[in-house]
Structures are given as structure tokens and as C-alpha cells.
Design a binder for this molecule. Structure first.
Ligand SMILES: [Zn+2]
Length: 458
């Protein structure tokens, strides 16, 4: 299996260092509901994990919650509640969202506020080694120019970064590029005791502390959105490698492209978001997955209702094939082996999910053809379900898709057929269509203007 590594910029054979593939994925800051941009990233890393497990690897997956942060504090203050209570509420909602999407839970879900002692140990060691310094105001900063490799992940050199950096006003930094490992407490903020006075950890240090604690080093795969390459992941490398003295801290860096909406990255700060909850209720979990996986994970994906609806309809077609009933006995069976081989080839090629889904669609067409020709389809349906499950697709029976698929055109088509049957005086067959629709909750009424229908339940 080949994976693209952001650090080397190359697609190379993935060889884990041991029996267990160790994956760290950066988690959310729980101050609001997560949106489809988050869903995209977590679906992609879920598929990576599912595929590795399908290929026989044991995966250990760790993902953090940044449960202390300026935005959490600001929002909690607005609502008059404790920051930790606000974070807890949105952690629970995030966990529910992931369950709705069928994303496997990580094996460890560490929280920043519960890992402060580990962070203090690392920060103390970085100061001792000369990679960090404390200020009279009680902050601690990382000395970026001290690590010669800084910038290698984002493929920029330090001086370019400086000219492009959004420099925070701080008179206490030695260099504008230096970043905070520890922030002195401000009045009214939650704080922890430290050798530099009360304060709270910076964002980057938590991922170093948690990945080292729960996975050791080096880790096999570190994942996250493309927007985390700089500065977050660059800073994680700097801290981790300065602390351990070993390189590389991560063997394969995987980054997914942005979800774009209206020509910009979907983000809370821009306000162009669709929440995961809304997305699932509109398109179904399978529909959202199919949309995300319809594009290669490294590419940006543009939010489009038309494409989402097409993805939902594609899932409907797979579900129809997966749930069709074939003959009890058949002389010949549909052979799914070539479709399986195509699927595996695609996934082995840096998780080429668009090609993998195309193989599933071709297999579903072959199943439909086989069914029409009286060939056996059980075995090929099992293959379809098995491979769909690698992508996390659940393929429920079509009438159980929670209204995610628009049924109206099909009902109209049936009424058109029924009219033709009645014109041909085939009333028994026409009544049969009406009765079968009624069983599915669609009431047909014949009026002077023709037949009309409505849903009579749900
Ligand atoms: Zn992180």
C-alpha cells in the first residue's frame, strides 16, 4: 500500500514499524457543533483505519480534545458557565456526530486539561535543553530558530515564514516566530500551577505530550487537515524532536484538503458552515461519506448540494443492489473477483477512494444485470457489502434511508405506469401498484384531474 507523505512530498510504500500501526489525528476544539469540514477529515481518517484493519493490521488510534482554548473561555463567559462544562457539552455532541457518521471511536480520546503534568515535564526539559525560555510575565516560548529543520514540513524556510507570519504583539518574545508553550493566566481564566506561575498550556504542546504518552515515538501516521501543516504540525515536530532528540517524530504525514464553500474554506470564523447534524439529516450518513470519498483526500472538495444529492442517489443504487433478492438456486453466479481486485488496487494507491467507489458502482450494475438474467447474486452481494464497509458505508435497505433519497420521481413514474395499465383496462395490475404503494405509506387518490399521491404517515 502506498501513501503520500507531506514531509517528503512523495508517494511511497507504507511499511509500519511493528505489528501495531500507531496513528495520531488532531481532534477538535469543542466550543461549538462540528461542521462538514470536520466530518470530511474524520471520515477520511476513519477510512484509512478501516482499510488498514481490513488488510490485517492492528491499529492504535489516538485523537485529542483541545478542551481549553481562548474560544472556549470566551463562549463559556458569554453563557455564564465554566469553560470545562461548555467543552464537555460539545465533546458529547461531537461523539454523537461521529456515531451518526459511523466513524470508529479512537482507542484513546485524551483531553488537554487532563494531560497538563506531561506537558509541564516536556516544557521543563525544553527549557533545560535551550529550546525554550520563560519570560518575566510567566509565559514560555519555543525558540524556533534553534531547530535547523524548522519549516521542512511546510517546505518553507524560516525567513519566508517570518515575512508571511501574522505576528502577535508580544514584547517578551526573542523572535516573532517563537510560539507559546505556556501562557500566563489572565484574570478569570482557568489555570494550572507551573514552575513559571499559574497559567495554561499552548495548543501545540498538547499533541506532542499526548502522542508521546499514548503512542511513543516515532508514530507511524499523523493525520489532520491541510490547514494544520503550518504552524501546528511544524511546531509539533519542533517540540517533539527537540525533546526526544530523535528524528523523525512521524513516519508518514497525511493531510486532507479543505472543504470549500463559496470559494473559501468552510470554517466557523468565516460563517460558511453546515453542521454535521444538518448534513446527516439532509443527505444521510452514507450520502455524506460518498460525497467526501468522491474526491481524493488530498484534494480540496467543494460543497455542492447538487453533488451531495448525486452522492445520495449513488448510495441508493448501491443499496438497491446490496438488498436485491436473487434466485434461490442458479446455475451460474455473478463473479465479483475482478471488482474486488480493482477496489483493492485503488485503495492501495494512496486511498484512491473515487476509483474504489467506481468499482463498487460497476459491481452493483453487474449484480443488477445478473439478477435480471437469473444468475445467483448472494456471493457478489456479500462482496459488495464487505467492500462498502471498508468505506464505512452501511447500505440500509432503500426504504429505510430516512427520506434522504427523493422518492417523488419514482412514485410519479409508477403512477404513469398505472395510468397506462388502466387505459389498457388492466385494472388488477393497476390496483396492485396502488396497494403496494399504500403498504409503503403512499396513498394514491384518483380525482377528476387524474391520480394524486401523498404520504399518509411519517
Ligand atoms: Zn494536533
Amino acid at each position: 500500500m502506498k501513501l503520500s507523505d507531506t514531509l517528503t512530498g512523495e508517494k511511497t510504500e507504507f511499511i509500519p514499524q511493528g505489528d501495531v500501526v500507531r496513528i495520531y489525528v488532531c481532534g477538535v476544539t469543542p466550543y461549538t457543533d462540528s461542521h462538514l469540514g470536520h466530518a470530511m477529515s474524520y471520515i477520511i481518517f476513519d477510512v484509512l483505519r478501516r482499510y488498514l484493519e481490513y488488510r490485517g493490521y492492528t491499529v492504535r488510534h489516538v485523537q485529542n480534545f483541545t478542551d481549553i482554548d481562548d474560544r472556549i473561555i470566551a463562549r463559556a463567559n458569554e453563557q455564564g458557565i465554566a469553560p470545562i462544562a461548555l467543552a464537555e457539552r460539545f465533546i458529547q455532541r461531537y461523539v454523537e456526530d461521529m456515531a451518526a457518521l459511523g466513524v470508529h471511536q479512537p482507542h484513546v480520546y485524551p483531553r488537554a486539561t487532563e494531560e497538563v503534568p506531561e506537558m509541564l515535564t516536556i516544557i521543563t526539559a525544553l527549557i533545560e535543553k535551550g529550546f525554550a525560555y520563560s519570560t518575566p510575565g510567566g509565559d514560555v516560548y519555543y525558540r524556533v530558530r534553534r531547530l535547523s529543520r524548522y519549516g521542512e514540513l511546510s517546505h518553507r524556510d524560516v525567513d519566508d515564514l517570518l515575512s508571511g507570519a501574522r505576528v502577535e504583539p508580544s514584547t517578551e518574545k526573542e523572535d516573532p516566530l517563537d510560539f507559546a508553550l505556556w501562557k500566563a493566566a489572565k484574570p478569570g481564566e482557568p489555570s494550572w500551577d507551573s514552575p513559571w506561575g499559574p497559567g495554561r498550556p499552548g495548543w501545540h504542546i498538547e499533541c506532542t505530550a499526548m502522542s508521546l504518552k499514548y503512542l511513543g515515538d516515532p508514530i507511524d501516521i499523523h493525520g489532520g487537515g491541510h490547514d494544520l501543516i503550518f504552524p501546528h504540525h511544524e511546531n509539533e515536530i519542533a517540540q517533539s524532536e527537540a525533546f526526544t532528540g530523535r528524528h523523525p517524530f512521524v513516519r508518514y504525514w497525511l493531510h486532507n484538503g479543505w472543504l470549500q464553500m463559496g470559494g473559501e474554506k468552510m470554517s466557523k470564523s468565516l460563517g460558511n458552515i453546515v453542521s454535521i447534524r444538518d448534513g446527516v439529516s439532509r443527505y444521510g450518513a452514507d450520502g455524506l461519506r460518498a460525497f467526501v470519498l468522491s474526491s481524493h483526500y488530498r484534494n480540496p472538495l467543494t460543497y455542492s448540494e447538487t453533488i451531495l444529492e448525486a452522492a445520495s442517489r449513488g448510495i441508493e443504487r448501491l443499496a438497491v443492489a446490496a438488498n436485491a433478492s436473487g434466485p434461490a438456486e442458479a446455475a451460474e453466479n455473478v463473479d465479483a473477483s475482478s471488482f474486488r481486485a480493482r477496489f483493492l488496487d485503488a485503495m492501495d494507491d494512496d486511498l484512491n477512494t473515487p476509483q474504489a467507489i467506481a468499482a463498487l458502482h460497476d459491481l452493483s450494475r453487474e449484480i443488477n444485470r445478473g439478477q435480471a438474467e437469473g444468475r445467483g447474486i448472494d456471493e457478489s452481494q456479500r462482496t459488495l457489502r464487505e467492500l462498502a464497509d471498508v468505506l464505512g458505508l452501511r447500505l440500509p435497505p432503500p426504504n429505510a434511508t430516512n427520506g434522504a433519497i427523493e422518492a417523488a420521481p419514482f412514485i410519479e413514474l409508477l403512477l404513469h405506469v398505472r395510468r397506462e395499465l388502466r387505459t389498457a383496462k388492466l385494472f388488477q395490475q393497476a390496483d396492485h401498484i396502488r396497494d403496494k404503494l399504500a403498504e409503503r405509506g403512499i396513498a394514491v387518490e384518483d380525482t377528476a384531474e387524474g391520480s394524486v399521491w401523498k404520504r399518509d404517515r411519517g
